[in-house]
Design a binder for this molecule. Structure first.
Ligand code: SAM
Length: 291
């Protein structure tokens, strides 16, 4: 029987057969450890009634493991050179579909309507690190009918995503992701399981979509503007950051102070101490002054 794609020997054979050279600019670090892939799949809790969406299948290391567990797998791959390789390595799996596309430009919702009617799906990926945040934000803001995302990413980004208020990692990325999901780092991954080895440490994070956002917010755009502004200069107080970085508040310092007093948030606090609920309360109250 053929070895799994993600074994060092088989990967080396595939790369040699096709004379494949890695493109650093596309974040190409392939997994060569089936134990890590098993664990990633376990965290995704896939079963034979579920669908899986993969971003960047590479030569099919993770895709193959997803195919062994899920009812259907759809993967987006940007690098045309990988298409003939994937057609070869994944030929035993008829329920796998590869779409040649930059996932950031793809109509994922439409794909899900066509390919996953009535099937629940998880996104599972070893992400290209140069576009981790745009990919996650796209998947979470497009209101896709996914259960969640389990993905490999830089450990430093995983730390920021899953950070709690009051820590130095907590910032606008933590809030942007935790607004939509329950975020948890589930595994730290050594560099040795990749070829070529990345320069940074890696981790696997699990993001389970919330039924409703973490806080009720009336004006989402303004909420995220207030959040970003509050972290613009981390050493400054909340009040200073709001006045310096939300243009619509600039003329109304007294009114901003009054609102903070009214909702019980000390203006001398730093943004990094506020919970998502507090940011929601803050932005909904400030909205009237700003608009
Ligand atoms: N899944 C494979 C594995 O684990 O061995 C490969 C993972 S590698 C870290 C990232 C993959 O994403 C590469 O195959 C790369 O070509 C692909 N990729 C990079 N940017 C992409 C994009 N914008 N859209 C879709 N795929 C992309």
């Amino acid at each position: 029987m053929m070895k799994d794609i993600a074994t060092p020997v088989r990967t080396k054979n595939i790369l040699e057969k096709y004379g494949f050279s890695f493109k650093k600019s596309l974040g190409q670090n392939f997994l060569i450890d089936t134990n890590i892939l098993d664990r990633i799949c376990d965290f995704a809790e896939l079963d034979e009634n579920m669908g899986a969406i993969e971003i960047g299948p590479g030569i099919g290391a993770l895709t193959e493991q997803l195919a062994k567990r899920a009812k259907k797998v759809v993967a987006f791959e940007i690098d045309q050179r990988l298409l003939p390789i994937l057609a070869d390595t994944l030929s035993p799996y008829e329920h796998v579909k590869i779409i040649h596309s930059d996932v950031l430009k793809a109509d994922v919702k439409n794909m899900m309507n066509e390919e996953f009617q009535g099937i629940e799906a998880m996104v599972v990926a070893n992400l290209p690190y140069y576009v981790t945040t745009p990919i996650l934000m796209k998947l979470l803001t497009e209101d896709l009918p996914i259960r969640g995302i389990v993905c490999m990413l830089q450990k430093e980004v995983a730390d920021r995503i899953a950070a709690k208020p009051g820590t130095k990692e907590y910032g606008s990325l933590s809030i942007a992701i935790q607004y939509y999901t329950e975020a948890e780092t589930v595994m730290i991954v050594p560099k040795t399981v990749f070829i070529p080895q990345p320069n940074v440490d890696s981790a696997v994070i699990r993001l389970m979509k919330r039924k409703e956002p973490a806080a009720k917010v009336e004006h989402e755009d303004f909420f995220f503007e207030v959040v970003r502004a509050s972290f613009a200069q981390r050493r400054k107080t909340l009040m200073n950051n709001l006045m310096n970085n939300v243009p619509a508040l600039k003329k109304d310092k007294v009114a901003v102070e009054a609102i903070l007093a009214e909702i019980g948030i000390d203006p001398k606090r730093r943004g990094e101490t506020l919970s998502i609920e507090e940011f929601a309360r803050l932005s909904d109250s400030l909205y009237t002054i700003a608009h």
